[in-house]
Every structure is written in structure tokens, then in C-alpha cells.
Design a protein around this ligand. Structure first.
Ligand code: ADP
Length: 329
């Protein structure tokens, strides 16, 4: 299947990304409601000398879930262990990770919806009662028995693109559940100005605003755009990113005034041209554009839905009048 959407990062991307991650709640821009609630929960837990409640962060990629997990660790003053759903294949591996944690430690599980069922079941007693059941002897033999091992009080931080992908028993065990929102142009402008300072890129406010407007409400995309516009400014101009330079560079990158890229426009245009504007089902659209339905739903659609370019109806997806006007179709 053709992959039109960049979901993988290069090593350079992830190195720069780590260097741009804010380290504490104060320097984390946006997500005001989440920050306030977390601030209270963290202060309360610290005041009691307790571990923080388990936290679930959900929302599209690049909105700052991993960053927030790192910040929680800094604010709590505890260690963080980072893993992901697909990386843990066996219940024993999960049990070993849990067993290695210390009192108050954080365990960050990215893509937590991709844990398999048996591994997930190890988490239930671990999250609820801070213990795991270890089976001794062969699984099927009558001589096998299980012993309960107690665990230190730890905090699980789960991240997922959609809360609906989690099983109910897992979701119910999180005390703090936060939906990450897309960032406003003002917030992204601030993030871009900070990143430019750290990367020593010369950007004026007009240039930063233009990049912010075209970043799909997503800090990761904003930082990626900054790097590419920086290159353009350096090669074609004197290195300074002004409004004009940003517009030129972004037009060349095929990112339009609403921040839509080729993949977004292709999705909307396909629905208009091949399906008469909809309603059309997710799998049909995905097949028509050669994408995986999960990617369409988690990566492409949320921004289009939020901006009123696409609607979800019981019969399927429908393109709106604003999308037709935007595309001139
Ligand atoms: P996710 O885990 O949701 O996919 P990340 O936490 O990896 O997203 O964020 C991607 C990048 O975006 C980070 O490296 C960081 O540089 C930047 N970023 C995310 N959220 C913020 C924020 N609130 N303020 C500043 N930068 C942010």
C-alpha cells in the first residue's frame, strides 16, 4: 500500500525533537486545562508523599503526550521508564518491567492500545492493587500455582491516539484521563519562537505566525516546518525567516494556507470527485487513497474534522461546503 504520509522520523528529527522538549509544566505551552488539573494532582500527590494517579493521554500524534510524560516525571522528581505497546509481547516481559520499578516511578507506555490482551491483563491488578500474579510451574499442569507479588506504588502513563481504542477495563483503571487539543496559532507561534531561539534561527513574528498557521495545530509539525523553512531561508536568502520567506518556502513545500498538505487535499478531493462529496465509509476512502484506515482516522481526519472541512455522519464521511470552496472544486 502506498504510504503518502510521513509518520516515521529520521534520527536527526528525533534528536532535535528531544532537544526542543520543554522540561517543566511552566514552559509547556498550551493545553491549559490539562496543565491546571495536572498541577493540582501533582502537588496533592507530592504533599501526601504518594504516587500520582495513573494518567491516560489521548489525541493525534505530535501534540505533546510524550513531552508531558517527561514533564510529569520532572515535576514529581521520579524516574520514568519508557516503552510502547508493540514492544511488550509477553506477560512475563510486562511483569519484569513492573517488578523493576521503584516506589513512585513512572511507566510510560506509548501506543498503549496496541498491548495484547494477555499483557494488558497483567496491568489490571498492577494498576489497581499494585501487585502481580506470577504463575509457578507449567501453565497447564495441576501442580502450577500462582503467587502474588506486591509492587511499589508506581504511576502508569498511557498514551494513545484514540481513547476509544482502549478496552473498557484498562480505560477504567486510569484516574486522570486527558484529551489533548490541537494548538492555537498563538500557542504555536510561541512554540516556534522558543524553538527558533534554541536552534539559533533568526525568525520575525510575521514569519513565525505564518509557519504557525500552517502547522496543522501540531507542535511536532511546527518544529519540522521551522527546520525546512530555515534551510530555504539560508539557501535563497540571508537566513532570516520573514513573512515573505515563510510564505514562499511553505508554498514550495506544498503546505497550503490552512496547513493542509498533499495527503489532506487528496483525501478531500477524492471524496468530492469519486464519491460525490460523500457520505462514504472510512474503509472505502482509505482504499481509494491507498492509505491504512487507522492512519486516515488518527492522523488525517482529526484536523479536517476540527476545521469543519469534513463531517462524520452515521452514513459515513461528508465533505463540507468550506472544503469545496477551499479546494476550488
Ligand atoms: P506525541 O507524544 O503526542 O506524539 P511529542 O510529545 O513527542 O508528541 O511532541 C512532539 C514535539 O513537539 C516535541 O519534541 C516538542 O518539541 C514539541 N512539543 C509538543 N508539545 C509541546 C508544547 N506544549 N510546548 C512546546 N513544545 C511542544
Amino acid at each position: 500500500m502506498a504510504r503518502t504520509i510521513e509518520t516515521k522520523m529520521t534520527q536527526e528529527d528525533s534528536a532535535i525533537e528531544s532537544s526542543l522538549r520543554p522540561q517543566n509544566l511552566k514552559s509547556y505551552i498550551g493545553q491549559a486545562a490539562i496543565k491546571e488539573s495536572l498541577d493540582i494532582a501533582i502537588s496533592a500527590a507530592k504533599g501526601r508523599g504518594d504516587a500520582l494517579d495513573h494518567v491516560l493521554l489521548y489525541g493525534p500524534p505530535g501534540l505533546g503526550k510524550t513531552t508531558l510524560a517527561g514533564i510529569i516525571s520532572n515535576e514529581m522528581g521520579t524516574h520514568i521508564r519508557i516503552t510502547s505497546g508493540p514492544a511488550i509481547e509477553k506477560p512475563a516481559e510486562m511483569a519484569a518491567i513492573l517488578n523493576s520499578l521503584q516506589e513512585g516511578d513512572l511507566l510510560f507506555v506509548d501506543e498503549i492500545h496496541r498491548l495484547n490482551r494477555q499483557v494488558e491483563e497483567v496491568l489490571y491488578p498492577a494498576m489497581e492493587d499494585f501487585c502481580i500474579d506470577v504463575i509457578i510451574g507449567k501453565d497447564s499442569s495441576s501442580s502450577s500455582r500462582s503467587v502474588r507479588l506486591s509492587l511499589p506504588h508506581f504511576t502508569l502513563i498511557g498514551a494513545t491516539t484514540r481513547a476509544g481504542l482502549l478496552t473498557a477495563p484498562l480505560r477504567d483503571r486510569f484516574g486522570l484521563i486527558y484529551r489533548m487539543e490541537f494548538y492555537s496559532v498563538e500557542e504555536l507561534t510561541q512554540i516556534l519562537m522558543n524553538s527558533a531561539r534554541l536552534l539559533r534561527v533568526d525568525v520575525d513574528l510575521g514569519g513565525a505566525k505564518e509557519m504557525a498557521r500552517r502547522s496543522r495545530g501540531t507542535p511536532r509539525i511546527a518544529n519540522r516546518i521551522l527546520k525546512r523553512v530555515r534551510d530555504y531561508a539560508q539557501v535563497r536568502y540571508d537566513g532570516r525567516i520573514s513573512l515573505e520567506v515563510a510564505v514562499e518556502a511553505l508554498d514550495l513545500m506544498d503546505v497550503d494556507r490552512l496547513g493542509l498538505d498533499h495527503a489532506d487535499r487528496n483525501l478531500l478531493a477524492t471524496i468530492i470527485e469519486k464519491f460525490d462529496g460523500g457520505p462514504v465509509g472510512l474503509d472505502t476512502i482509505a482504499a481509494a487513497i491507498g492509505e491504512d484506515p487507522g492512519t486516515v482516522e488518527d492522523v488525517l481526519e482529526p484536523y479536517l474534522l476540527k476545521n469543519g472541512l469534513l463531517m462524520r455522519t452515521p452514513k459515513g464521511r461528508v465533505v463540507t461546503e468550506s472544503a469545496r470552496i477551499h479546494l476550488g472544486l
